[in-house]
Design a protein around this ligand. Structure first.
Ligand SMILES: NC(=O)c1ccc[n+]([C@@H]2O[C@H](COP(=O)([O-])OP(=O)(O)OC[C@H]3O[C@@H](n4cnc5c(N)ncnc54)[C@H](O)[C@@H]3O)[C@@H](O)[C@H]2O)c1
Ligand SMILES: CCCCC[C@H](O)/C=C/C=C\C=C\C=C\[C@@H](O)[C@@H](O)CCCC(=O)O
Length: 257
C-alpha cells in the first residue's frame, strides 16, 4: 500500500509511540489526523508537523478515546477535511494498576469501540474503501507482567480481538486488514512513569528491571519501522508482530486441538 494520498487517524498521537507512528506516516506521504487528550502537546506537535510537511497534511483534535461521541466527531471531521479514512492507528493507552477500571476502559474497551466505529467508515460493505487498522498491543499481551496484571490482561485482550476481528473482516469482505503491533519496552513517558503506577504490586518492580535487562529498551523509531510494515504489507491480516531490540517476529499461536 503506497501511502501518497492515504488518510490516517492516530489515537494517542501527541507523544511516544503514537507520535512516531504519525511522523512515519507523514514521511511516506499520508495525511494524518492526530487525536489525543493532551491538547497542549497535540497542538504543539501539529504546528511543528505542519511546518515540516505542509498545512494541508495534518489535523489535531482533542479527543478522549473513552468518548464515543468524540471519536465519531473526529472520524467525521477527518472525512470532511481529507475526503476519507484508510488507516487507523488504535494506539492510545495507559498503565496504572491503581486505576484498573480506567486502564481496562482505555486499553481494551476503547480499542474495541474505536475499531468498530472505524469499520463503519472504512468497510467496503458500508460505503468505505477498505484499509488497515493497527492496534497497539504489547509484549505484555504475549506473556505476563506480574507487576501489572490488569495491563497484561488488556493487552492480551487486544491481541485476541485483533486476531478474531481480522478473521471476521476477511470472512465478511470488509476489505479492512487488522493487525497488532507488540513492542517490548519502549522509552516513552509511559515507560518512565511505571514505578509509580504499580499500585499494591509496586514491590515487584525489581522483576521489571530483570525483564528490562533481558529484553532491552527500544526507541520509538525502532517501533515505527515494523509498524509501517504492518500498514503497507497487504498480505498481513490478523497478525501480532513482536518487536524487541534483538528481533521482530510474527507470533504463531497454538492451534485448537
Ligand atoms: N512504552 C512502552 O514500553 C510500551 C510498550 C508496548 C506497548 N505500549 C503501548 O503503546 C501505546 C502508547 O504508549 P506510549 O508508551 O507511547 O505512552 P505515552 O504515555 O508516551 O503516550 C500515550 C499517549 O496517549 C494519550 N492518551 C492517554 N489516554 C488517552 C485517552 N483516553 N484518549 C486519547 N489519548 C490518550 C496520552 O496523552 C499520550 O499522548 C499504549 O497503548 C501502550 O500500552 C507501550
Ligand atoms: C512493567 C513494564 C510495563 C511496560 C509496558 C509495555 O507494554 C512494555 C511491555 C514490555 C515487555 C513485557 C514483557 C513480558 C515478559 C514476560 O511475559 C515473559 O514471561 C515473556 C517471555 C517471552 C520470551 O520470549 O522469553
Amino acid at each position: 500500500m503506497a501511502l501518497n494520498g492515504k488518510i490516517a487517524v492516530v489515537t494517542g498521537a501527541a507523544n511516544g509511540i503514537g507520535k512516531a507512528m504519525t511522523e512515519k506516516l507523514l514521511q511516506n506521504g499520508a495525511k494524518v489526523t492526530l487525536l489525543d487528550v493532551n491538547e497542549t502537546a497535540g497542538k504543539n506537535l501539529m504546528e511543528s508537523l505542519q511546518k515540516e510537511y505542509g498545512q494541508e497534511k495534518t489535523l489535531f483534535m482533542k479527543c478522549d478515546v473513552e468518548s464515543e461521541e468524540q471519536i465519531k466527531d473526529a472520524f467525521h471531521k477527518t472525512i470532511e477535511t481529507f475526503g476519507g479514512m484508510d488507516i487507523l492507528c488504535n494506539n492510545a493507552g495507559i498503565l496504572d494498576e491503581s486505576q484498573w477500571e480506567k486502564t481496562v476502559s482505555i486499553n481494551l474497551v476503547a480499542v474495541i469501540r474505536v475499531a468498530n466505529l472505524a469499520l463503519e467508515q472504512m468497510s467496503k460493505l458500508s460505503g468505505g474503501r477498505g484499509g488497515v487498522i493497527i492496534n497497539t498491543a504489547s509484549m505484555a499481551g504475549l506473556g505476563p507482567l506480574p507487576s501489572c496484571p490488569v495491563y497484561t490482561a488488556t493487552k492480551h485482550g487486544v491481541i485476541g480481538f485483533t486476531r478474531a476481528m481480522g478473521a471476521a473482516s476477511a470472512a465478511s469482505g470488509y476489505g479492512v486488514r487488522i493487525n497488532a503491533i507488540c513492542p517490548g519496552f519502549v522509552q516513552t513517558d509511559l515507560f518512565s512513569r511505571i514505578p509509580s503506577k504499580l499500585g499494591k504490586l509496586s514491590h515487584l518492580d525489581d522483576l521489571n528491571q530483570q525483564l528490562i535487562e533481558k529484553f532491552g529498551i527500544l526507541t520509538v523509531s525502532e517501533v515505527a519501522d515494523p509498524f509501517f510494515e504492518l500498514v503497507t504489507d497487504e498480505t498481513k491480516n490478523g497478525e501480532a508482530l513482536l518487536v524487541v531490540p534483538s528481533r521482530k517476529q510474527y507470533v504463531t499461536f497454538p492451534g485448537l486441538p
